[in-house]
Design a protein around this ligand. Sequence first.
Ligand code: ZN
Length: 137
Amino acid sequence: MVRIAQERVTDLFGLAQRAAPGDHPELADRYVRLARRIGMRYNVRLLPEFRELYCRSCSTFWVEGRTVRTRLRDGHRVRTCLNCGRVRRTRVGRSVPKGPGGIEADLRPLLRDEGALIDFPSEPPREEPSDEETEEP
Ligand SMILES: [Zn+2]
């Protein structure tokens, strides 16, 4: 049963990713809500990559630039839900301790292939001008 629930959750997030850029982004939110409900019902933890994709407070499916804003600040990735304003911080760094109740490791690339469907930045948000680049004469 748990396995079926997990598959269902995966399907729903897939649907959400497809729906988000389309004409009915609200469907994506609905899929997220369903997926979370299934997860709760069967006591299935959502995979870390899925948990990155939506707002925990209002279940809005996050589309970069449209429903979420991502900024890097002081070694944290700060993601603000543009729907309800909730801010979520995750550490950016190496070997983040992960344990029960600990800080989430937040390093895995978000859904490698499917990521192309969402408008997710492949590069960190440019906040500061990069002076590391070598200028050509
Ligand atoms: Zn929200």
